[in-house]
Design a protein around this ligand. Structure first.
Ligand SMILES: [Fe+2]
Ligand SMILES: [Fe+2]
Length: 220
């Protein structure tokens, strides 16, 4: 597991609060390892966002909204643009062809990918409404945000418990060679295991440095 509360070196800055714990498991294929690592970092970001929302702005609303905006931007930017396409374009079609019994599950996950970007944009709008229009708009964001975190964690759980084991069971060596090569090209900088895009690294650092302790390293 990865939760945003552990040491990580990013751009020379030691990050504790938004820490990282990576469960080392013996996973045979690079592609599966990458998916699990990206899920771990995304789960950490989602749970930290939920902690932020439960904690509330306290007496620093500027910091609060700044961090939540950055978290939502990360969730929109990396997984929606790079993680889901790897699943939808490369992994799911192969598993669906080989195991018709999981087709309905893949269809559900696909629909969730398709709606993912829209859902994050809606959350971004609800957050802005709370920030600009105040307390009357708080509940709508808090409710949707918690629902979103629950939904996303369940989406990843389904992939890890249904799709990945089936992929491991049925895909050929040739499939894995192709998948491993394709997946290795774009990786999540948050896990710290793969080449980082400096822009994502700066975003991660910004979230860690601004999030109030103990979620991040910012003033609490
Ligand atoms: Fe997915
Ligand atoms: Fe996924």
């Amino acid at each position: 597991m990865f939760d945003l509360r552990h040491g990580r070196q990013t751009s020379g800055a030691a990050c504790s609060g938004l820490a990282i714990r990576i469960k080392e498991t013996a996973i045979k294929h690079t592609a599966l390892q990458i998916i699990r690592d990206e899920h771990s970092s995304l789960a950490a970001m989602l749970k930290s966002m939920r902690m932020m929302v439960e904690r509330g702005p306290v007496d620093n609303s500027e910091q609060f909204f700044d961090v939540l905006r950055a978290m939502l931007f990360y969730i929109d930017e990396f997984p929606e643009r790079l993680h889901h396409p790897k699943e939808s374009d490369l992994l799911f079609p192969r598993v669906a062809r080989a195991v018709p019994a999981v087709f309905a599950t893949i269809e559900r996950l696909e629909n969730e990918h398709i709606n993912g970007e829209k859902t994050v944009r809606e959350l971004q709008h609800l957050l802005l409404a709370w920030e600009l229009l105040g307390e009357p708009r708080k509940e709508a964001f808090v409710t949707r945000c918690k629902q979103y975190v629950t939904f996303y964690l369940e989406h990843m759980r389904l992939e890890e418990t249904v799709i990945l084991p089936e992929a491991e069971r049925v895909l050929s060596d040739a499939d894995w060679r192709e998948l491993d090569m394709a997946f290795a090209k774009n990786c999540d900088p948050l896990t710290g295991k793969y080449p980082a895009d400096p822009a994502y690294d700066r975003l991660f650092t910004r979230i860690v440095m601004r999030a109030p302790a103990p979620i991040g390293l910012g003033t609490s």
